[in-house]
Design a protein around this ligand. Structure first.
Ligand SMILES: O=C(COP(=O)(O)O)[C@@H](O)[C@H](O)[C@H](O)COP(=O)(O)O
Ligand SMILES: [Mg+2]
Ligand SMILES: [Mg+2]
Ligand SMILES: [Mg+2]
Length: 444
């Protein structure tokens, strides 16, 4: 017998299915997976049967083959990965909550000019960028979904000054880093934008550091967000370090804050999963859990992410380069020579094509499918380029490597760099393996 209590949290179908699957009665899971499959497929299969019957007069042989009617949505895909032991139930829930946030953001972006969500929010983030309204709202949507799912301990976002701990009642183990809207300068012109995310497990070193007598895992921090009226002090599990009146000392809070930052600042090689959602003529949720790259396109008529790109492999070579050439005179000489080389006509009489969207997600999505190279190099005005290591470059490098590509800062693999700060920037060159190698010969 399973009892379900209503909560105020925003939950979707996968959260509920995982509630069932994490039930002590493990028999529920396969049964439930079968139910899910039936629910999702019944109407499509019925429609397929009717159409086949009309067209061919025979249904069976047609339906036994893999056809356009074989639809797999993100929920089913995640549950299958879970059943195969590739991810645990908790990570399934986290990923599902992120996909929910992305659907919400996609919907707002589509209507942004109509519902007054274009333009500036009037605030500046810690990196000195003017925040758009949708930078702020999308950040809240991400935070809300991650909090509601109850499986996230700490989040770090482009739009948050420091990592934020999820309050104890909702807290879980996973650490999620994200850029809620990538390419937000494109919002007001209805051009391509995206969201980027990466998921880490708890940092081992950090756990070892915690006092033995404390039961705290990752829910030790002090920050609040969203609808909380008062800053929440999340210390109830920290039994030690209390002052005589029961309060927690400022020094201790500072230490815990530092531990939160330490937990988040992991190299990309520790990522357990990463992905992006592209908001363009289609909305495409692209994901890796360390076993290849899969992309799911939002079917707006059903509100479902449907598997459309299975096991994406980046072409070894490509004929497109994406650099902001407005910075050309600010680059170093070796890089200029490389760009000049790309602009020379090749043996077929054609040079590389230059394409630049101004949105990392858009550049990477195109590159995963067509190949090529993207660069955001250091320049005379910006010694580390524009992009942030933790929630832009590392998740994208993880995806591109999973698809067979490469990512480097010019000297070392992006995934090997351990961030020292949450908003640290890094130069990046990323793309088809042979293209990145060629660039490295120019930079050597
Ligand atoms: O959109 C981006 C910045 O991210 P943001 O909107 O701040 O999340 C990047 O993806 C841009 O591609 C990049 O910053 C553009 O760099 P420049 O062309 O300005 O050098
Ligand atoms: Mg920004
Ligand atoms: Mg960005
Ligand atoms: Mg952003």
């Amino acid at each position: 017998m399973v009892a379900v209590t209503a909560t105020s949290s925003y939950q979707n179908h996968t959260f509920f299915s995982n509630f069932l699957s994490s039930s002590p009665n493990s028999n529920l899971f396969p049964l439930h997976l079968r139910c899910l499959k039936r629910q999702s497929f019944t109407s499509d299969v019925t429609a397929a049967r009717i159409r086949c019957k009309a067209a061919l007069g025979s249904t069976e042989t047609k339906l036994q083959k893999k056809s356009q009617y074989d639809i797999e949505n993100l929920t089913i895909w995640l549950l299958k990965q879970e059943q195969a032991g590739n991810i645990d139930a908790e990570l399934t829930i986290v990923l599902s909550s992120i996909s929910l946030a992305c659907k919400q953001i996609a919907s707002l972006l589509q209507r942004s000019s109509i519902i007054n969500l274009t333009g500036a929010h009037g605030t500046i983030n810690i990196q000195g960028e003017d925040q758009k309204k949708l930078d702020v709202i999308s950040n809240e949507l991400f935070c809300n979904c991650l909090r509601s799912c109850g499986r996230t301990g700490i989040i770090a976002s482009e739009e948050e000054d420091i990592p934020v701990a999820v309050e104890e009642t909702y807290s879980g183990n996973y650490i999620v880093v994200f850029d809620p809207i990538d390419g937000s300068a494109n919002i007001d012109t209805s051009l391509t934008t995206g969201s980027i995310f990466g998921i880490y497990g708890p940092d081992e070193q950090c756990l070892v550091d915690i006092d033995d007598n404390s039961t705290v895992i990752l829910s030790f921090c002090i920050f609040s967000y969203l609808d909380a009226e008062e800053p929440l002090v999340l210390v109830s599990k920290v039994q030690n370090n209390r002052m005589p009146n029961g309060d927690v000392s400022q020094t201790h809070l500072d230490q815990e804050k530092q531990k939160c930052i330490t937990s988040v600042c992991q190299p990309g090689s520790n990522l357990l999963a990463a992905g992006y959602c592209l908001y363009s003529s289609s909305v495409v949720f692209t994901l890796s859990i360390g076993k290849g790259v899969f992309a799911f396109t939002l079917d707006p008529s059903h509100g479902e992410f449907v598997l459309t790109h299975e096991n994406i492999e980046i072409p070894k070579l490509g004929k497109i380069y994406s650099f902001n050439e407005g910075n050309y005179d600010l680059w170093d000489e070796k890089l200029k020579k490389y760009l000049s080389h790309l602009r020379l006509p090749g043996s077929n009489g054609k040079p590389y094509s230059g394409r630049y969207i101004g949105c990392l997600v858009g550049e990477i999505h195109r590159m995963l499918l067509y190949g090529g190279i993207y660069g955001n190099p250091k320049n005379k005005n910006s010694k580390n380029g524009n992009l942030r290591l933790l929630y832009e470059c590392a998740p994208m490098s993880y995806l591109v490597e999973q698809a067979g590509g490469k990512a480097t800062d010019g000297h070392q693999r992006i995934l090997d760099i351990k961030p020292e700060e949450v908003h640290q920037r890094t130069p990046i060159f990323i793309g088809s393996p042979d293209e990145v190698e060629k660039l490295q010969t120019f930079l050597a």
